[in-house]
Ligand binder design. Structure first.
Ligand code: PEP
Ligand code: MG
Length: 588
């Protein structure tokens, strides 16, 4: 370690925390199938055969899911691609041949599979029939899927416990999968701080840095790393002094976290006595106990799409009911706000439905309105769970009045079904919508008449207002929550909510930023739903703030036209009103 030179790489801080350890370089996007990841003595035919069978089963499952999604959207003739791949995957003669060769030749499954596919492709290419010759592309697609699944399983199981994953990019599903191996940290070439991978990392409390440009090719398994999720840097082969100073910082952070715990039972109110509802966002069940015991707060956003991402398919009504009821009961008397599936964008498995602009495509409420059966079963599950505790429902990606009308009609249909079946649910369950698309902001006065509350999704509101992809590292410096247009949008939403006498919360990541939450409170937002990592930090901020001052600060900011002006002014007010510099305590 001493002989290597220390080098610092800079990116964006995506999930707070520091990790020190060895890297695992994950190259999923461009898997190099020619690299033999197992030496001959590593080959255990029985294991290879069982891995092969799992990879095929998994591929069939994926293809079926894509096929079902595609059925809604594609013409009959385009569906043939999937049918052809599915029928190939059920060719037991082919699979027997692969398995037989694995046992006889003692070779890894992926090599035998590749060789057998090549034989098949050569036969197809030699065909006189043009239609048959064209099928080579389908075979190629299917081959890559099986290989990916085969190698992914092997790669994941090869991730040494307690290592730092370095990758070009990760999907939220990858992150969840890897987290089972006690991930220490994550660094990726691509991604933005509000991408769902970053959100999932924060939720799993894994330090992460993104937008590192070419970190995935600059690090090898021989290196030693520090991930600094506060500053957004990776230190390659740190010196002993650097390691010691980071270890000291880890100890300081721990001490600060411990001090924050004194706030657990104190009310969330400003210095001048204004109560601000503080709730938390929730992704995974393993956070629930912590939230209940330490915070005892409501859940302002439960993202249900994780149920889909973990399984790769829509969970049944019963599976969902079990999960939602568990949350309602565990959080009782707290409230759980269950958001219906917000799939699409970066939250669908990568090749499920290719779109050039997935964030402007088939996403959120658009998918559930198109797939009425899926929607009805989710609504029924949520309604049924509402009998077991305090449940609110929330709809994502609302862009207009018709969508809300259609959504509420389907909700009524679900209620009518349950009444007919004499199944209990909370007749007064509150219904809210996310305001995260500019058209919904413009229509907020009218939308406010149709629902019980608004929740502002700033992660998307910023990207759609500024036309800046939340996931892209190329434009990440333009993704700016302090943009005057964004701030004025938020103020418009709050005013519309006030006019309609309904509460408005913010559940986007902006609520977890101390500077921004100062402004949100000042603008009149009544609830902040923050990621659990930031819960006590934000409570601390609320208790240090004077509501009257915060309102004045917000009023002044809303008159400003420059991002820089806004940022400088808030930093200055922060020092003056709260008496501290942000970096000194709230983050580190
Ligand atoms: C948001 O857009 O701010 C939000 C909370 O939803 P998601 O991050 O899941 O899109
Ligand atoms: Mg959103």
């Amino acid at each position: 370690m001493e002989s290597k030179k220390e080098k610092i790489y800079k990116g964006l801080a995506a999930s707070k925390g520091i990790s020190i350890g060895v890297p695992f370089v994950y190259r999923a996007e461009v898997p190099n199938y020619n690299v033999d990841i197992s030496s001959p003595e590593d080959v255990f035919p029985e294991k290879e055969i069982s891995d092969y069978e799992s990879a095929v089963t998994h591929s069939v499952k994926e293809l079926n899911k894509i096929f079902n999604l595609a059925k809604e959207k594609l013409e009959e003739k385009n569906l043939q691609i999937f049918e052809a791949q599915l029928s190939f995957l059920s060719d037991s003669f082919f699979h027997s041949k692969v398995k037989e060769r694995i046992s006889q030749e003692c070779k890894p499954a992926y090599r035998v599979f590749k060789e057998e596919i090549l034989i098949l492709e050569n036969a197809i290419v030699a065909s006189k029939d043009e239609y048959i010759r064209e099928r080579v592309n389908d075979i190629e697609d299917m081959k890559n899927r099986v290989l990916r699944n085969l190698l992914k399983g092997r790669l994941v199981s090869k991730i040494t416990e307690n290592s730092i994953v370095i990758a070009r990019n990760l999907t939220p599903a990858d992150t969840i999968l890897f987290s089972n191996r006690n991930l220490l940290g994550i660094a990726t070439d691509l991604g933005g701080v509000n991408s769902h991978v970053a959100i999932v990392s924060r939720s799993l409390k894994i330090p992460a840095v993104v937008a590192m440009h070419d970190i995935s090719v600059s690090i090898t398994s021989e290196d030693f790393l520090i991930i600094d999720g506060y500053k957004g840097i990776v230190v390659k082969n740190p010196t002993e002094e650097t390691i010691a100073s980071y270890r000291e910082q880890v100890a300081r952070n721990l001490e600060f976290e411990n001090r924050l715990m004194e706030l657990e039972k104190l009310p969330s109110e400003t210095k001048d006595g204004k109560a601000i509802r503080l709730s938390t966002n929730l992704e995974f069940n393993n956070e629930v106990d912590f939230v209940v015991t330490h915070f005892g707060c409501d859940v302002g956003l439960y993202r249900t799409e994780h149920l889909f991402m973990e399984e790769g398919e829509f969970p049944s009504e019963e599976e969902q009911y079990k999960q939602y009821r568990f949350l309602a009961e565990r959080l009782y008397p707290g409230i759980v706000t269950i958001r219906t599936f917000d799939l699409g964008g970066d939250k669908i498995l990568p090749d499920a439905q290719k779109e050039l602009n997935p964030f402007l495509g088939w996403r959120g409420i658009r998918i559930t309105l198109d797939k009425k059966d899926v929607f009805l079963s989710q609504l029924r599950a949520i309604l049924r769970a509402s009998a077991a505790g305090n449940v609110k429902i929330m709809f994502p990606m609302i862009s207009g009045i018709e969508e809300v009308k259609k959504t509420l009609d389907i909700l009524e249909e679900a209620k009518a079904q349950l009444r007919a079946e004499e199944i209990r649910f909370d007749e007064d369950m509150k219904v809210g919508i996310m305001i995260e698309i500019p058209s919904a902001v413009i229509l907020a006065d009218e939308l406010g008449k149709m629902v019980d509350y608004f929740s502002i999704g700033t992660n998307d509101l910023v990207q759609y207002t500024l036309a800046v992809d939340r996931d892209s590292s190329l434009v990440s410096d333009m993704y700016e929550k302090f943009h005057p247009a964004v701030l004025r949008m938020i103020s418009m939403i709050v005013k519309s909510a006030e006019k309609n006498n309904i509460p408005v919360s913010v559940c986007g990541e902006m609520a977890s930023d101390p500077y921004a939450s100062l402004l949100l409170i000042g603008m009149g937002v009544s609830e902040l739903s923050v990621e659990s990592l930031s819960y006590l930090r934000i409570k601390r901020l609320i208790r240090l703030v004077n509501y009257v001052n915060a309102s004045e600060i917000a009023e002044n900011v809303l008159r400003m036209s420059l991002i820089s002006e806004v940022k400088e002014y808030i930093a200055e007010c922060f020092n003056k009103n709260i008496g501290e510099k942000l970096n000194e305590t709230l983050y580190v």
